[in-house]
Structures are given as structure tokens and as C-alpha cells.
Design a protein around this ligand. Sequence first.
Ligand SMILES: [Zn+2]
Length: 348
Amino acid sequence: MGNIRIKWVTGAALATIVAGLLVLGVINYFRGYAHAEVNQAGNLQKNQPENLTVEKEQSTKLVQVDKDTKAEMEWMRKHQMEAKKNEKQKETKTATEDSKPEAKPANENTKPAATPTKENTKPETKPTPTQENTKPTTTPIEEKIEPTDAGKKTVYLTFDDGPQVFSKEIIALLEQYQFKATFFMLEGNIKRYPDAVNLMVDTGNAIGIHGVSHDSKQFYASATSVLAELNQTRQTIKAITGLDIFLMRTPYGSKPGMKDAYKQIVFDEGYQMWDWTIDSKDWFYKDARLVSSVIKQIEEKTKKNEPLVILLHERRETLEQLPSLLDYLSEHNFDCKVIDGTMNPIHF
Ligand SMILES: [Zn+2]
């Protein structure tokens, strides 16, 4: 009997332990599950803002990428245009095997910065010419470079591609220094800003022809096309100012476009072709570098006593930099004068 009792007690104890373990197991299982859920929920909550941030970052990146792409595309577009421009110039170079071996760097702006703000096509004619420019007896420019009695050295400022809306400002600035310049102008712009052309003449600045198309292929296509563009511009200038002008500069300079045969024909017509000796590359620099580059070239040329014919363009950025160039010239005892019909033209 005692044995049976012991067995029963032991059995009951074991059963209790097993039951206890089972209960613990079940509790643990559920606790674990519940914990897992909490974790999941916690993670979810925690992940929510993270995901948003990531998304936000991603979208910001996308916007940035989009901007970058646009900038890249814009750069590419410009680059391609530049490449095309160079290609064009190369084509012209190879097309016309012109004499001198040393190649000049790319010369001018291909874009004849246009954008007219006011249309004024009706030209006022001016019958009394203030500027004579016919059949000159030329004197070598070198004589004019030599210091004058006042010890001043002469510089010839030339502005191409105008007139422009701000031609007046350029002229006013020159007036402040009592300097004069020569403006080689495009026919379309002459028609757009006839008042500017008359102002140039009235203020004692010189005017010259720069053609119609400003497209090297079109302009230099033949002797006929060259002459036609020069004559058309000359007629327009005559209608506006009453002056018969023969000073001219061909687009991008005469080299290599102007073949000897073309030169012969335009010279026979009485045209005086001017290139330059100092290229500001203002269309490229667009900032203070255009001034420092010009000053450097002036110093080099002055040492060798070479003529100083400076190529500038009627551009907003050039106007902005002009005071510092004029300051330099004024402080270094230079005088800026017009190119006139009595001078022996300088060309490449
Ligand atoms: Zn030009």
C-alpha cells in the first residue's frame, strides 16, 4: 500500500511538472509570437519615416539628376554648336587654300547678336556728309602708330556686328574719354538702329561695312556674293546717312575666306578692307579676361612698334568691361582714333 502511494505521489508530481512545462511552453510560444508582432509593428513604424526619407532622397536625387541632365544637355547643345562652328571654319579653311602658312585662331563670333527691341526701318536721309571716305591717297598706318607731338600712341578700337540697342552707351562712354572708334556693321542691324548709325557719324566715330548674312559659306561663296553683300550694306548706309562708305571688314576676317580673286574685285570697286592686329575674343571671354588679354597684346605690339587695331564686338559683356580697357588706355597715354580712308588698310 505504501509503495502504491509513493508511486502515485511521484506520478502526480511528474504530471504536474510536465503540465507546468507545457503551460510555460505555450506561454512562451505566445509571448514570442506577441513579441515578434510588436517587433514587426515597431519596425513598421520605425521603417515608415525611413522609407519616406529614402523615397524623398530618391526623388530629390531624381530632380537633381533631371537638373544635371538638363544642364548636361544644354552644355552638349552648346558644345555641338561650337563644334559645328569650328567645323564650318575648318571647311572654309580647307576650301580656300590661301597663301600664308601660319594659321590665325578662330576669329569672331558667328552669332550676330540680334534681338531688335525697336523696329525703325524708315531711314532718315542725311544729305550733308560729315565724313568723307572716297578714293584716298593712303598713308601707312605705322606712321600713325608713332607717338604724336603730345607723345600719345594711337589705338584703333573697332566694334563689329552692330549697331545694337546699347550702341548709344558705347558711344557715350567713348565720349567720356574723348576717344573715337570704328564700327563695322551688319545691314540688318543698320536698318534696325538707324539712329545709332547717325549718332556714330554725328559724334565723329567712323562707320564701316560688315555685310548682310554674316554667314561665311554664304558670304564667301563667290566674288559675286561678296560684292553683293558689300554693295547692299553700302546702299543701306547711304540711304540712312547720306555717306558713301568704302571701309569694310569681312565676316570672321579676310582669312581664309577672301580669295585673291575676290580681293581684286572688291579693291577695284574701291573698298578698303580692314582686319585687326589684336583680337579681344570678347565673345568667348565675356568678362574681365577680355581686357587683360587685350592689354597683354597691346604691350607686346607696342614693344615691337606694331599697329594696334583692336577687334571688339557690340556685346553687352564687352560694354561692361569697356571702362576698364578705356581706363588703361587713358592712363597709358594712348589715344583712340578712327580708321579713315586716308590710311593704308591692314589685313591678314
Ligand atoms: Zn562679325
